[in-house]
Design a protein around this ligand. Sequence first.
Ligand code: GRG
Length: 326
Amino acid sequence: MKDFYEWGSGLGRKVSEVNSRLLEAIQSDQEDLFSMSRYTIEAGGKRFRPLLTILAYQISTDADYRNILDLAAGYELIHTASLLHDDIIDKAATRRGRPTLNSIYGIDNAIVVGDYLFAKAYELGSRYGPAVSKIMADASSRLAEGQILEAVNLGNIDLKEETYLQIISNKTAKFFEACALGATVASGAPVEVRESLKNFSYNLGMAFQVTDDILDVIGDPNKMGKPVFTDLKHSAITIPFIHALANVKPREREEFIRLMEDPADQDNDKRIKEIIVTSGSLDYSFSIAKSFTETALNSIKGTRRTPDLDLLIELAMMVVQRIQEI
Ligand code: GRG
């Protein structure tokens, strides 16, 4: 099975076109602002959101996909702006394999670059009219809501699964949904096509985030390019922990909570994983990810089969496949 980058590389020309639009969009006579913005954009990333936007557009119309490149780039700019702000909040030193903007140019500049990318994103979105602009604005509001809901629940060992799902819905899935919705509204697609691609993207986003949260516990740091337990180190409680905390016996729960306080310790790391596996929490989390993937795939069952739709199906399968390969 391919990994995400291999999947995206099959769409190489489109990624390059998105990258060109991104660079055009961030042009500024203020040279420092431009070079800081360019540093962030050139760090790369999987470019999922623009690719989802382009594929949804192509599936829903025979018009030239270049018509939707500005919107695709706009979504990537919002995503990048939110990552810049997230790195400031987390005091992160690296992102996308490079030193973060805040670690090089300082927090003050990183905040402003994030604001700038935001402004540029809305300018791009506005080219598609008020309905699409509103979809973009709503997705950004959800991001902020998800971030704050997560922040106020940091370290909350009584976090409910429902609240966790609300956090990832707002931080990830609603944004994926907005990419498909914006593209299909811009293309003037019939409501059934719009709804199926919207539901596909939402559920894909949920599956993607649950899988990411599972990999943060049991993933191979070498394959992922990042250490495990990054969420826990920021006190973010995710699905494998929520399930384990609710299902282990009281004495083991006490031990588990103690271990969670120092996930960087190698012995704790091993024992945390052991408890997550023996309590059935890993299997449970995986079943949740699979069920979102199934819902995603069911959403597009009635959609006209095209090579672009096949790419979306492949993407959805890859999301859960990442865990099976471990
Ligand atoms: C700026 C609207 C706005 C909000 C500020 C900081 C913040 C509030 C929100 C942060 C939201 C956040 C960090 C969401 C995480 C989303 C996510 C799944 C990130 C990883 O996405 P990938 O794997 O990353 O697609 P790449 O690097 O490949 O693009």
